[in-house]
Ligand binder design. Structure first.
Ligand SMILES: Cc1cc2nc3c(=O)[nH]c(=O)nc-3n(C[C@H](O)[C@H](O)[C@H](O)COP(=O)(O)O)c2cc1C
Length: 523
């Protein structure tokens, strides 16, 4: 034995390397069948797989220019990171955008902007920017709700996001008086950290699910009674990244905690079907909305990505004849994010936000229904100029998902579907999420929302308005590719936005339905 060990110890290090490479070559040629390149080019073929695996990072750090990456380019990400950290988020020397490019947005500034009077609420608090409409007011729900912030967290479940991320987000919205949409995974303890909550459910009915996987009104009532943080309910019909795509939550991922929150069994696969069981027609959907609103007292809305319009027309016609309907409608863009979706869905199914929203708003406007509905937009709208365009088109609030993730540290690694999110945001790995410092990240989320609101208000004032709800289609111009080089949104999308009733910012502060714990913050 000693002789063998002495012999091995005598082998030079470089010979060990050669032996190792020889064994790898043997494996590549004779013992593996899955990689042709490794078989045909033993040992060196591995370089290809390694370089391919680090390609995205290399391109992101060294190769891609400031404006070329998608979904969010470096300038956009940098603006969110700097805003969240309250660092300098300005750019020097002037824009690096080609402002003559297709679809570039221009906001028309006033010759003299809106002057803030000495006693104006925004003098004391430049971050105060609530929704101009009250959700549930038209339908006289028992508990109407005015979001205290025009920017809020879009649906993302505990399960797709880590516990630490959800907790940081909820604590963050409490600090900046926004709301937090639960996403499809039910209401977790991490959503109950003090922030206002919009409870969202889809075809899996997680959190309000009966034994046979259907919607349970009984559970819905109990959930709302026990959790006063829930201010509204959102029924998901579809989302931009994967409209009409069901899903399976594998049993292996169903821990006792997730089972408890979602109302499913530990270790058993759970199916989220492609369509709802609780309704199968527009009248049935409307009945469900009214039932939930009646039983809980809360405003109820729907979320969808836009494709065909015929069923939307049926819904609008029914709203007209019955006088009933959803209190809010969230329109998601085809560019929207997801924890996981097939590329064919994410890339191609449903319209981009501007086209989808324009068709839906126009449809409701033609029937004089826009005043009844609070319109919420989502799809890369978490930047003040994009939001100005969305408000000019008719939204009353925006929801952000990935922008909120970035504010708490997401680096756009685009591996949410692998459970290996390096920033600990979209993973269930305890080790990875331990990197999230919840108090710090909640401050960052809050600061991003506050900076967003401040800049959005500054753009609003520059355009001569007090509140962004006053933006009109004719205030925004966009570069187009036909006879006109650039045209007002009104001309491009073919409708005029309805006037949103707005009196003053002070009236919004005084509103009894204002959400969040809205003591005017000084900082
Ligand atoms: C990780 C992740 C999870 C999501 N989960 C849901 C969900 O449960 N339900 C839903 O309707 N949308 C879900 N979405 C979509 C977002 O709510 C949002 O509509 C979309 O990402 C567009 O917003 P954004 O461009 O600001 O990210 C998810 C998005 C992400 C990134």
């Amino acid at each position: 034995m000693e002789v063998i060990l002495d012999f091995l110890a005598g082998i030079q290090w470089w010979l060990w390397v050669l032996i190792f490479l020889f064994l790898v070559a043997l494996r590549d040629i004779f013992f593996q069948k899955s990689h042709t390149i490794s078989h045909n080019y033993p040992v060196v073929g591995h370089l290809r797989y390694w370089l391919e695996s680090i390609g995205p990072e290399m391109r992101q750090y060294f190769v891609a220019n400031n404006r070329e990456e998608l979904p969010f380019n470096r300038i956009e990400r940098g603006w969110i990171y700097a805003s969240a950290k309250k660092e300098n988020n300005y750019e020097g020397f002037g824009t690096d955008r080609d402002i003559y490019s297709h679809q570039h947005i221009f906001i028309k500034n006033a010759l003299m902007g809106y002057q803030i009077a000495e006693n104006h609420p925004n003098k004391e608090n430049p971050y105060f920017l609530p929704c101009a409409k009250v959700i549930g007011a038209y339908n006289k729900r028992r508990k109407p709700y005015r979001p205290s912030s025009v920017i809020n967290i879009s649906a993302m479940s505990f399960g797709s996001l880590s516990a630490a991320a959800v907790e940081a987000m909820n604590k963050g919205v409490e600090k900046c008086h926004a709301y937090h949409n639960t996403g499809e995974g039910g209401l977790s303890p991490y959503h109950k950290q003090g922030g206002d909550v919009v409870f969202h459910f889809g075809t899996g009915y997680f959190g309000v699910r009966s034994k046979n996987g259907n919607f349970s009104m009984e559970k819905m009532k109990i959930l709302v009674d026990e959790n006063p943080c829930i201010k509204a309910i959102e029924i998901k019909l579809s989302q931009g990244a994967k409209p009409g795509k069901g899903g399976v939550l594998p049993g292996a991922k169903i821990t006792p905690e997730i089972a408890e929150i979602r109302g499913v069994e530990v270790g058993k696969d759970v199916l989220s079907p492609a369509t709802h069981k609780a309704f199968s027609s527009i009248p049935e959907l409307l009945n469900l909305i009214e039932d939930i609103a009646e039983q809980t007292g809360l405003p109820v809305g729907i979320k969808a990505a836009i494709g065909k319009l015929n069923q939307w027309e049926d819904l609008a016609d029914l709203m007209k004849t019955t006088g009933k309907g959803p209190d809010f409608i969230t329109i998601d863009g085809g560019e929207g994010g997801t924890g996981a979706a097939p590329p064919s869905f994410a890339d191609h199914v449903s319209l981009p936000w501007v086209y989808g929203f324009a068709s839906i708003y126009k449809l409701f406007k033609d029937r004089n229904l826009t005043e009844r509905i609070v319109f919420i937009g989502s799809g890369k709208l978490g930047f003040p100029a994009k939001a100005a365009m969305a408000f000019a088109m008719g939204v009353d609030c925006i929801n952000v998902a990935r922008e909120a993730m970035m504010s708490i540290g997401c680096i756009q690694a685009q591996v949410c579907h692998t459970n290996r999110c390096p920033a600990g945001v979209a993973t269930q790995s305890k080790w990875l999420q331990n990197g999230i410092d919840v108090p710090l990240k909640s401050d960052r989320l809050a600061q991003y929302f506050k900076t967003f609101r401040k800049e959005f208000l500054e753009i609003t004032h520059a355009s001569g308005y007090e509140h962004p709800c006053q933006f009109k289609m004719s205030d925004i111009q966009v570069n187009v590719d036909d006879d006109y080089l650039s045209a007002d949104l009104e001309k491009v999308y073919g409708y005029k936005k309805s006037k949103v009733p707005f009196d003053s910012m002070q009236k919004l502060i005084d509103c009894e339905y204002l959400g969040g714990k809205m003591a005017i913050e000084a900082s």
